[in-house]
Design a protein around this ligand. Structure first.
Ligand SMILES: Cc1cc2nc3c(=O)[nH]c(=O)nc-3n(C[C@H](O)[C@H](O)[C@H](O)COP(=O)(O)OP(=O)(O)OC[C@H]3O[C@@H](n4cnc5c(N)ncnc54)[C@H](O)[C@@H]3O)c2cc1C
Length: 181
């Protein structure tokens, strides 16, 4: 059985006797903290970045990076328009203040260029950016025989975002391969 909702949420779906192995597992997975963030989407009638890469913004208060996704896939906006996504980390529980910092950054980044604010989305709690942020790497196995965890709650070491998910899937396939050898 393979789950992609993370170790913690999966562990809530089954009962297990409190063996020392299971207690150790629970202690480990309790250390996992999600990566939380805010995304600010802008629309523009002409390109604001003009490339398909990521503009890194270390000088900003909150925004970490910006990309103009319509330079890769124009169908993500009405014809002739552009969609710009600004990504920021969530540094406190005061979401409205965090959003304000992000919107201040938007003004700093784009200055007098013309754009419209389309929406602000927040990702935290049960709907984070990644179920496991940087830090503990819980692996793909569980104390339950043949129950595996893949996805962004069990990414491979060093893997970022969906690359990390693919590393976890590869690792799980190797473990299953060894079982069937
Ligand atoms: C705003 C934002 C921007 C991102 N940008 C990038 C990016 O640029 N590049 C990148 O690589 N990654 C990015 N990510 C991260 C990436 O989207 C996620 O890491 C990835 O989609 C997670 O995939 P998953 O299969 O692990 O989990 P999910 O896709 O979340 O799948 C888990 C599924 O399980 C369902 N579920 C939950 N509980 C249960 C239950 N009890 N029973 C049955 N089903 C259940 C959920 O509804 C969900 O459909 C971004 C994420 C966000 C939020």
């Amino acid at each position: 059985m393979i789950s992609n909702i993370g170790h913690q949420a999966t562990a809530q779906l089954y009962n297990h006797p409190q063996t020392s192995e299971f207690e150790k597992y629970q202690k480990n997975i309790n250390k996992i903290k999600p990566a939380e963030g805010i995304k600010i989407c802008l629309g523009a009638n002409r390109p604001l970045l003009g490339h398909g890469g990521i503009l890194l913004t270390p000088y900003c208060k909150r925004i970490n990076g910006v990309n103009e996704v319509t330079n890769i896939d124009p169908s993500l906006a009405p014809e002739g328009k552009h969609l710009i996504m600004c990504h920021q980390t969530l540094r406190s529980n005061d979401i409205q203040t965090e959003i304000k910092f992000g919107l201040d950054d938007v003004k700093d980044i784009f200055q007098d260029q013309e754009y419209e604010l389309l929406m602000v989305q927040t990702y935290h709690s049960d709907w984070p950016v990644n179920r496991a942020g940087t830090g503990p790497k819980p692996g793909n196995t569980t104390p339950i025989e043949r129950l595996y965890i893949v996805g962004d709650g069990a990414r491979g070491k060093g893997g970022i975002e969906v690359e990390g998910i693919a590393m976890g899937v590869n690792n799980t396939l190797s473990i299953i391969d060894q079982l069937t050898d």
